[in-house]
Design a protein around this ligand. Sequence first.
Ligand SMILES: *Cc1c(COP(=O)(O)O)cnc(C)c1O
Length: 417
Amino acid sequence: MNFDKKLVDISRQAEKDLREIYDRFDEISFNNTQRVMSSFAENRVAEAMFNSSSGYGYDDRGRECLDKIYAEVFGAEAAFVRHNIVNGTQALAIGLYGLLRPGDTLYSVAGKPYDTLEEVIGICGTPGNGSLADFGVKYKQTELINGKEFDFDAIEKELTSDVKVVFIQRSKGYLQRKTLSVAQIGELVKFVRARSNAYIFVDNCYGEFVEEFEPTHVGVDLMAGSLIKNPGGGMAECGGYLCGSQKAVELASYRLTTVGIGGEVGATIGQNKSMYKGFFYAPHTVAQALKTAAFAAYLFDKLGFEVEPSYCEKRYDIIQMVKLLKPDYLCAFCEGIQAGSPVDAYVTPEPWDMPGYNHKVIMAAGTFTSGSSIELSADGPMKEPYSVYFQGALTYESGKFGVMCAAQAVIDRMNKQ
Ligand SMILES: *Cc1c(COP(=O)(O)O)cnc(C)c1O
């Protein structure tokens, strides 16, 4: 791969100017790693816990211990981590179905939840399919003010007695809004607690280990995420987790398996080791992803593109957005990321029709684990302003390389015109 001298020069300058920011990511990673390792030590993690279990999975010490470790590290009373939660959406759905009953209201206070939850809630999809709406659960939402702050006045009015779950998506996901900090979520917890008995449930996808505290540290009742994102550390093959108060986690566990059974069973069929190892790596891997994102923000800013967040802004998730403005540049960016990936680097991504969208989407993912987005990956809808959202990188070096490949591909496309 040949990089233009200009690009190499900006990259060098980037690393000089980002020194302190990188140091901060490393410091957060060290503090989070310390928490993880203390918990491993206190819970006497031992090689025998990596043994496989089958059938009911009774007495799987590895499974029980990892549940405790997740709870401890995330400052929660209880947790369950399972390889057979298929994705983040299922983890979130387990929590929602666990807490909500007919006649209750689910209230989202940070605007629209992640796309895949719309069918779960029943604000789209086919009636009769078993959505929450089918079971008589009502739904309402309040937008963030200017896409960045909770609208406390509106929330005060909407916190009626039928609200059973207050829902917060921490990460902006693929929306045009800011990611919420744990401190902001803490403020909301205090506000809601003073006015309501509702459970507070956080979609924590892409947020784990970005700060030194998680939403459960500031008192939310339940929080969920995916193991092919941050907490799997790039090692877990699949899975999801939920953690929170004893009560909320117990109710959720009845949806994971069934009422009366909960989280006491479940064979781990050889997945324990990669889940432990992933959680051990996770603070470090997240720091690699954060450095890669800040590096990209710097590079593309200097190349004249609008980026969000900017390289010097505080980060609360691992997602980086670059507004590329032209379909050509969006394709070039994704081609560059793909070419700079460890797997399938020879493949050329192309825009394709995604079910449920009225425009094409282009994606780049050359990952060891299919669909893993703690590994370097990018996607963008083929519509104005042709923004790309990308995240991840297992190592900073490979992330930097991938981002430089993307920048070179965009520069080449600009020079053609
Ligand atoms: C990834 C993600 C989810 C869940 O998506 P899955 O693809 O089902 O894992 C939910 N919310 C947010 C904010 C996400 O980033």
